[in-house]
Design a protein around this ligand. Structure first.
Ligand code: SF4
Length: 326
């Protein structure tokens, strides 16, 4: 009965044999983990509009500037490309172009230090920057992401997925924000094909700008060692999230997580209206026209990772040194 009150895309499936697949990303799944009703309103129902924010514009511009500097070591070019990428121009006290400029100035010297120990990996004759992948989970859902940059440690030979981030949290230790994050871990699925050989050990490296109110910026470089098992666990977790989505769609129930209505001292944009379910209408899923550098199927990846782990079992392969913050 709830399925009638809360229609979803799943109501037309499998009667409709070829529905457009539903897109999932790291940020979509973060929204799902915050509140299922919020996820439904933002991504499954008609009426929600794409949200632009100063955080998105800042993060995009900063990431472009950092990636450019890593490849060219030209600060003027990096600042110009970042300025050009600051779109839409949404600025507030905490995130604005001036702060982005200051963050880039702070980043350049740390990137110079980083390049003493790491080099940019090439893929198809070009620097491995902004590569897109698509992971088909089942007939209905797929996950997609963009890898910022792939780098290689010159001394250990270990490959890293480089992810550029920023935060306004002024904590002394920001490692808990990133150490167990699944973002770069998930993005590492394309690493073997980028590198051209199977990697049993690899790393993720978060390059984080910590923004203070006075426009000063502290850069943190946080590399973490990862294994095939970490990635396999991420695949299984993704499968569990999709199972949860399917169950909610069948039941027509998307829980309201009241504990998350207030986040970072701001009320959720659906506060006061998310309980009105009579008008819920499924969203028309648009065809995805993006071009992906890599495409995978989840079942095949799980099988291949299980086989690789089995082959590794009993081998004397030692994990590389775990590197702490530099
Ligand atoms: S207001 Fe609270 S319960 Fe409603 S969608 Fe937002 S987070 Fe969920």
């Amino acid at each position: 009965m709830n399925a009638i009150l809360h229609p979803s895309i799943y109501d037309t499936y499998p009667q409709n044999p070829k529905p457009e697949r539903i897109y999932l990303s790291y940020s979509f799944l973060q929204s799902l983990h915050t509140c299922e009703r919020k996820f439904q309103l933002d991504h499954l129902l008609a009426g929600s509009v794409e949200e632009h924010s100063s955080t998105f514009s800042f993060g995009h511009a900063f990431g472009i500037g950092v990636a450019s500097y890593l490849v060219h070591q030209d600060p003027n070019k990096a600042i110009f490309l970042a300025w050009f990428a600051y779109w839409p121009v949404i600025e507030d006290e905490k995130k604005n172009w001036a702060k982005c400029y200051c963050a880039l100035q702070a980043a350049f010297s740390r990137l110079d230090d980083l390049l003493q120990d790491y080099e940019i990996v090439s893929f198809d004759g070009k620097p491995a920057v902004e590569l897109a992948f698509k992971l088909n989970i089942d007939a209905v859902y797929y996950f997609a992401g963009h890898i910022d940059v792939v780098i290689k440690n010159k001394w250990t030979g270990l490959y890293y997925v480089f992810e550029c981030k920023h935060t306004g949290l002024l904590l002394h230790d920001i490692a808990p924000l990133y150490k167990n994050s699944s973002q770069a871990l998930g993005y590492s699925i394309a690493l073997d094909r980028i590198v051209g050989e199977e990697q049993s050990h690899y790393g993720v490296l978060y390059f984080v700008a910590q923004l203070a109110k006075d426009y000063s910026c502290t850069i943190h470089v946080l590399p973490y060692d990862k294994t095939l098992l970490d990635r396999l666990n991420w695949f299984v977790t993704l499968g569990l999230d999709v199972k949860h989505l399917k169950e909610m769609a069948v039941l027509g129930i998307y829980p309201q997580r009241g504990g998350n209505c207030l986040q970072y001292n701001k009320p959720c944009k659906h506060f006061g209206t998310c309980g009105l379910m009579g008008m819920d209408q499924p969203r028309k899923i648009e065809k995805d026209t993006a071009v992906y550098d890599f495409e995978y199927d989840l079942d095949e990846l799980i099988e291949s990772h299980l086989a690789r782990l089995e082959r590794m079992q009993g081998s004397e392969q030692q994990p590389p040194l775990v590197m702490e913050e530099v």
